[in-house]
Design a protein around this ligand. Sequence first.
Ligand code: 4AD
Ligand code: MG
Length: 434
Amino acid sequence: MAEHVYIRDIAAHVGETVTLKGWLYNKTDKGRLQFLLVRDGTGIIQAVVFRKEVSPEVFEDARRVTQESSVIVTGVVREDARAPGKPGGYELGVSDFQIFQLAEEYPIAPKEHGVGFLMEHRHLWLRSAQQNAILLVRAEIVRAIREWLDTHGFVNCDTPILTPTSCEDTTSLFETDYFGTPAYLTQSGQLYNEATIMSLGRVYCFGPTFRAEKSKTRRHLTEFWMVEPEMAWADLDECMRIEEEFVSHIVQSVLKNRAAELKELERDTTALERIAPPFPRISYTEAVKALNEKGVEITWGDDFGAPHETALGEMFDKPVFVHRYPARCKAFYMEVDPADPQLSLSVDLIAPEGFGEIIGGGQRTASLELLEERIRQYKLPREAYQWYIDLRRYGAVPHSGFGLGVERTVAWLCNLPHIRETIPFPRMLERIYP
Ligand code: 4AD
Ligand code: MG
C-alpha cells in the first residue's frame, strides 16, 4: 500500500507513489482526462486521471465524482510548474481512486452566494479556500500570542467563565442561574488576574469572553476570544511598551508563517510589514482635537464610536495608542491620572486601515480609598467585590494590563470588513445557528 501523505509535504515525494485522503474541491472533464482538484486541509493538488492508465471502474468513478465527495487518491507525484493548487507546482498521475462517500449536490457551488445564505451554511462554507486561509491565520495569531508571552516572563493563568460580578459594562452581561443565584458569563478575566499577579508577577489568561451587545455592528460578537496580560509593578508606559512589542510579534509571525494564506486572501502585505515598535502615542485630548480638525465631530468627554476610531486609525500607518481618556468613559477599575483627576490612566490601541480598537487596557487603581469610591460611584454591589477590594489591603502595587481581541486582530490582518468570518462559528445578536 502506498504511504498516506499530506499535500503540504508533497514536494518531498516527487517520483514516488503516494496516497492522499481528502475531498473533491473542483473538477474539469476533458473526455479521456479528468482533472480532479483534491484538498485535504493542508493544501490543494490537481490529480490527473487518464483513461488509459486506470481500470474502467476507476475512470467511471473519477467521471461521476461530485463536489465535496470524500475521496482516496493514489498516484505518482510529478513536478509541473503550471500545476494549480496550494502549494502548486505538483500534480498527481492517478493510478487508483476511490470514493468514500459520494456527496449529494453541494449547496455552495463555486459561484457567488449572499452572505445570509453562507452564514446559514457556515458548517460547509468553512471548507472554502478563503475561509480555510482565515482559520489558518487565526491559528497562527493564537500561536504567536502564546509564544511571545511564554517567552517574555508571563505565566498562563486562566480565570473563571462563570462569575458573580461584572468587569466591564453591567448592561452587557449574560445572566444565568447558578443553583438559585444569578451568575454571569465572564466579560473579562482581568479582575481575577489582578489577584494572581500578586502570586506570579506577570500572568495572562486566554479564553472566550461574553458581551450581550444589543448592537449590530461589524466589530462586535457576543462571544469572542481575548488574551489578557496583567503585570505587577508596571505603569501605563510599561503597558504600552509591552503592547507594541507583543502586537509587532504577532503581525510579523503571520507575515512569515502564513504568507500563502495572506496571498489567497489578496491581503496587501506592505501595510503589515511596517508594523514594528515604536507605535505613535497620542492623548485622548489630542485625539479629540485631531478628529475635530478632520471634520469628524466629537465633544471632549464623549467616548469614541466606530467612526471616530476609523478616522483615528487612518491618520497613522501603524497602530496608534490613545491614552488618558476621561475617567467617566472608562471602567471603575482605572487608575486616576495624578496630573489631572478628570483623566484615567487608560489606553486603547487603534489598528490602522480603519479596523478600530484592538486592545483596551491601562493602569489599575492601587488605592483602597479610591477604589471604594469608584465602586460607589458606579453603583456596583460592594459585597460581590469584597475580594477585589482586599487586593488593595494586602500589598497593593502599581499594576497594569490589557486585553487583545483575537477576532478584531484576525479581521485586521486578513483585511476582512466584517468580524463574522474571523471565528469558525460566530455568535452575534441575530445568530446562534449553526
Ligand atoms: O476594551 P475591552 O472591553 O477591555 C476589557 O475587557 C479589559 N478588561 C481588558 C483588560 O484590560 N484586561 O475589550 C478588550 C478588547 C477590545 O479592544 C476588542 O479587541 C475586544 O476586546 N472586544 C471585542 N471583540 C469582539 N466583539 C466584542 N463585542 C468585543 N468587545 C471587546
Ligand atoms: Mg475597549
